[in-house]
Design a protein around this ligand. Structure first.
Ligand code: ZN
Length: 206
């Protein structure tokens, strides 16, 4: 996402709302389907840094998330599975056709402040926040590079999806060390596994 102006606002809000509820055990959320949204695609490459193109990394991690969820017995829907451009409205529309679903959007980050590194997890709704906390905790505990925390954001895919939704910025490819990590398929597998284990941690049993 290229929403640097929003980031400061999101950061302020996260400071206000991020701390207090973090330790409260959340209610499990029932779901049987995960809508996986690989960011960007086609004419929209996303961020490009250190010879890495965001759209390719997003799709790679999305496919790894898909495989891990399927092997856990969950149903999955991909908003794209090739290098194609999909409008944000269309991504939400694909998701909103599904029932008993959660939505996870996969992105990588870039900033002219190249010292910044770490994943970030965004949410907009209260239920989305439950997933954001769990995914953030999971990435923080098992993926090198860790996270910068959870943030509220009024992103279109979060606003227009009628289900719990999170957007994961998997790391800053503008940061030299992080870009080297993100270029490594085994790191991207760790990211995918951490995202899946975060989602499953929230899942209620039927
Ligand atoms: Zn992006």
């Amino acid at each position: 996402m290229h929403l640097h102006l929003l980031r400061f606002t999101a950061w302020c809000l996260a400071l206000i709302v991020g701390g207090a509820a973090a330790e409260v055990a959340a209610e499990p959320v029932l779901f049987s389907t995960v809508v996986i949204d690989a960011g960007h695609g086609g004419k929209d490459g996303g961020s490009v840094w250190n010879k890495l193109v965001e759209k390719k990394l997003c799709l790679d991690v999305a496919k790894r998330v898909e495989a891990a969820l399927k092997s856990s017995g969950l149903k999955t829907v991909m908003t794209r599975r090739t290098d194609t451009f999909v409008e944000l409205e269309q991504r939400a529309h694909i998701a909103n056709r599904m029932s008993s679903a959660v939505f996870v959007s996969i992105h990588f980050n870039g900033s002219r402040k190249t010292s910044i590194s770490g994943a970030e997890v965004y949410y907009r709704s209260t239920r989305g926040k439950t997933f954001a906390l769990a995914v953030n905790r999971s990435i923080k505990s098992r993926v090198p590079g860790g996270t910068r925390g959870i943030y509220y954001a009024d992103f279109k895919v979060l606003r227009e999806t009628q289900m719990p939704a999170v957007l994961v910025e998997c790391g800053y490819i503008s940061n030299k060390r992080e870009s080297r990590r993100c270029a490594d398929p085994s790191h991207r597998q760790e990211l995918a596994d951490a995202i899946v284990s975060g989602l499953l941690a929230v899942r209620g049993k039927k």
